[in-house]
Design a protein around this ligand. Structure first.
Ligand code: MRU
Length: 371
């Protein structure tokens, strides 16, 4: 069952982990409900869903109430806290938790952070399987909140590292939304931009609108304008012309999965921007927490790419309004992500350090630092 609460601009959680006035996901006091900001409604309506069942958390991830790889990981961790509460009366706690985990894992296949969070929570569940229901819930809730706080800290660290490489003045292009809404808080790519501004750099942002779901136009522009960071939206097809005219000085994006080779899966359209950046000698950087790195995945060809409903392309919708923009019966393609080869990326900023040159050696070195 999902309760929906209209909260205007106020957060339903008294003390959000992110410390900001909004956040993608929070576990409410008492550990029985997860608050999710419904990102499908932004920028026009700021509304939180209060969810009390793990399977509703899975649905919220699938339908993109919450999205962005690190935010999906945090949300899944909170979902497993609800699952532990639902285990009251079940004979086999771990069978129940594994089934809940499988449902969460099936929602969005590309985001590495989802599996990372689910693995961590299941490993903890295993060690506390013989404790009381209430102790299990408390332990899992503490761990999920720690996971969330660690993601915010990771964003701040990678922000600092990335900010150093940003120009003192100029235009940074970003794609999709890799901000506070897509993470535990602060943001990965937008964390770099926030940190650059905090360091006094006079950077402005170009946000690609990001067809078909418009995360750039709706979410990145919303976040940045709340922070008074100058942002201009362009359609995705304007990038080449803008770069040729000298209107972009650096690019920074987030990531959904980073393979051992350094190849990066991110929102569809990222690869074209990286190719264009190369052609115009503009640095192209990625910011992502270590939970996005999947060393078991050899290279980009092994990254699973989510295919979404073609109606997202042919029938864009916002709130209750749906437009039909293609002839009836004509189908469309809708891969949600693409893969940018390591060779096109100048640097990857993680909380463990900077991966540059981007490739298996630099990633392997950071892997040795452990978590
Ligand atoms: O389909 P989405 O909106 O979940 O895609 C999000 C992205 O591609 C982000 O760039 C990525 O998850 C990194 S978010 C810090």
């Amino acid at each position: 069952m999902t309760d929906t609460l209209r909260t205007g601009r106020s957060h339903p959680h008294p003390e959000p982990i992110s410390g900001a006035s909004y956040s993608a996901a929070e576990l409410m006091p008492g550990n029985r409900r997860v608050a999710l900001l419904d990102q499908r409604l932004l920028p026009t309506i700021e509304r939180y869903e209060l969810i009390s069942r793990c399977s509703d958390v899975a649905t919220a991830i699938k339908t993109m109430v919450v999205r962005g790889a690190p935010a999906i990981g945090v949300t899944a961790a909170y979902g497993l806290v609800l699952a532990a509460g639902e285990a009251q009366g079940t004979a086999d706690f771990m069978a129940h938790m594994r089934a809940a985990a499988a449902e969460l894992l099936a929602t969005r296949p590309t985001a590495s952070n989802l599996a990372h969070a689910v693995r961590a929570m299941l490993a903890l569940a295993e060690t506390i399987r013989d404790e009381s229901v209430s102790d299990r819930c408390t332990r899992l809730a503490d761990a999920a909140r720690e996971y969330h706080a660690a993601d915010v800290a990771a964003c701040k660290r990678m922000g600092e590292l990335g900010a150093r490489a940003m120009p003192d003045e100029g235009v940074i292009l970003t794609h999709c939304n890799a901000g506070a809404l897509a993470t535990g808080g602060y943001g990965s790519a937008l964390g770099v931009i926030r940190a650059a501004r905090a360091a006094g750099k006079r950077v402005r942002v170009i946000a690609c609108e990001t067809r078909p779901l418009l995360q750039g136009a709706r979410l990145t522009a919303w976040e940045l304008s709340r922070d008074l960071i100058p942002v201009t939206i362009i359609t995705d097809s304007m990038v080449a012309q803008l770069m040729r005219k000298g209107g972009v000085h650096a690019c920074v994006v987030g990531a959904d999965r980073i393979a051992r080779s350094g190849d990066v899966a991110n929102k569809i359209g990222t690869y074209s921007i990286a190719c264009l950046a190369k052609a115009h000698q503009i640095p192209f950087d990625v910011a992502a927490p270590w939970s996005t790195v999947d060393l078991a995945c050899v290279d980009g060809t092994f990254i699973p790419i989510e295919e979404r409903d073609p109606r997202e392309v042919t029938h864009p919708s916002h709130g209750d309004t749906t437009l039909s923009i293609a002839p009836e019966g004509v189908t469309a393609m809708n891969p949600a992500f693409d893969v940018t080869p390591a060779s096109l990326i100048r640097a990857i900023y993680t909380e463990r350090g900077v991966v540059s040159p981007v490739g298996p050696e630099a990633l392997a070195k950071l892997a040795l630092l452990g978590s």
